[in-house]
Design a protein around this ligand. Structure first.
Ligand code: NDP
Ligand code: GDR
Length: 317
């Protein structure tokens, strides 16, 4: 029988790649989309004929109940969030409401309307924040460093708690940074890829950056959505860390991205305090051995290939 999936955050980077994976597997895909004056369907434009769009919002419980009723899902992927860490200091309350409490609303809607469904929560390495051990695994304690990280920790524990309280099939995927040509424009990798292509084409002369010594464990989003699906195919629900196990600095990303089009990053990059954060998470590095062992998951795209893919995509755009 055809499986039904409900994806919140379907218009985002991960939502679009996950939809492609699920359609390929024969799922009926329903996507929750928030109301907007000018709907931005850039990432899912090509998928619209094959999916069912449901208007709803993680801030509105009744809309989530309706969405679950309407889609009768076998699997729910809760990807919607205010996902930009830097903005979470400007809109902390909204971030808490959507990225944190929104998870509870979604879990409760499933508990009421589809308790047999399987639930995936998009948790984040930002929960590790000021890391208490390196590398970070499923048992590493959290020390979030932003309103976003704090909200994700709430969503993570809500997921674990609904699993333990009501015996729901609910998993938290603790994903490290993953990028692609569909990444939001304000995130550092896409910002650099766009900046490089504009400079190469003579449209800009400099690129303003924040903390370029920050390090991240960066992978390709297309690989990571496969891990989400695999988590929901296990016999018992568990939480998994997903990452590459490699860490690179923003500086390294700059070097490779400018180098890819024959330029030297030092000639164009300037520091700008506007892009600095009140607190940083300096060394995020995953230990994805549980995902490898139990999900048979490993990332396919290397760091240099990811940088090249993103710069090439902007050069073509
Ligand atoms: P994006 O920012 O690209 O997508 C976020 C999605 O959430 C968009 O579809 C957005 O809709 C939607 N959304 C925002 N607010 C609401 C709301 N109030 N109600 C309903 N929908 C809403 O994120 P990614 O695809 O990169 O990430 C997916 C999830 O994974 C997020 O929860 C993120 O926090 C988490 N995550 C991401 C990582 C990464 O490296 N990408 C790593 C770890 C976790 P709209 O298009 O209308 O704005
Ligand atoms: P992050 O992603 O905060 O890790 O959250 P982002 O790409 O915004 O920042 C990564 C690092 O780069 C440094 N940086 C800059 N960042 C931005 N955006 N712009 C700049 O100009 C700049 N200069 C330096 C940042 O300080 C930071 O250290 C992402 C999101 O997808 C979250 O939703 C997700 O949970 C985590 O990854 C894992």
């Amino acid at each position: 029988m055809t499986k039904s999936a409900l994806i919140t955050g379907i218009t985002g980077q991960d939502g679009s790649y996950l939809t492609e994976v699920l359609l390929e597997k024969g799922y009926t895909v329903h996507g929750l989309v928030q109301r907007s004056a000018n709907y931005q369907y850039e990432n899912i434009e090509h998928l619209l004929p094959d999916i069912h769009v449901i208007t709803g919002d993680l801030a509105d419980f009744s809309s989530l109940v309706r969405a679950v009723k309407q889609s009768a899902p076998d699997e729910i992927y809760n990807l919607a969030a205010q996902s930009f860490v830097k903005a979470s200091w400007d809109i902390p309350e909204l971030t808490g409401d959507i990225t944190g409490v929104g998870v509870c609303r979604m879990l409760e809607a499933m508990h009421l309307e589809a308790p047999e469904a399987r639930f995936y929560q998009a948790s984040s390495s930002e929960m590790f924040g000021k890391v208490l051990e390196t590398p970070q695994n499923e048992n590493t304690p959290f020390y979030p460093r932003s309103p976003y990280g704090v909200s994700k920790a709430y969503g993570h524990y809500a997921t674990v708690n609904y699993r333990e309280s009501f015996n729901l099939y609910a998993c938290s995927g603790i994903l490290f940074n993953h990028e692609s040509p569909r990444r939001g424009r304000e995130f550092v990798t896409r910002k650099i890829a766009i900046g490089v292509s504009r400079i190469k084409k003579g449209l800009d002369t400099q690129l303003k950056m924040g903390n370029i010594d920050a390090k991240r464990d960066w992978g390709f989003a297309g690989d990571y959505v496969v891990a989400m699906w695999k988590m929901l195919q296990q016999e018992t629900p568990e939480d998994f860390v997903v990452g590459t196990g490699e860490t690179h600095s923003v500086k390294e990303f700059l070097e490779l991205a400018f180098g890819h089009v024959g330029l030297n990053w030092q000639d164009y990059v300037v520091e700008d305090s506007e892009f600095m954060r009140p607190t940083e998470v300096d060394l995020l590095l995953s230990d994805p051995s549980k995902a490898k062992e139990k999900l048979d998951w490993t990332p396919k795209v290397s760091f240099p290939d990811l940088v090249a893919m993103m710069v090439d995509s902007e050069m073509k755009a």
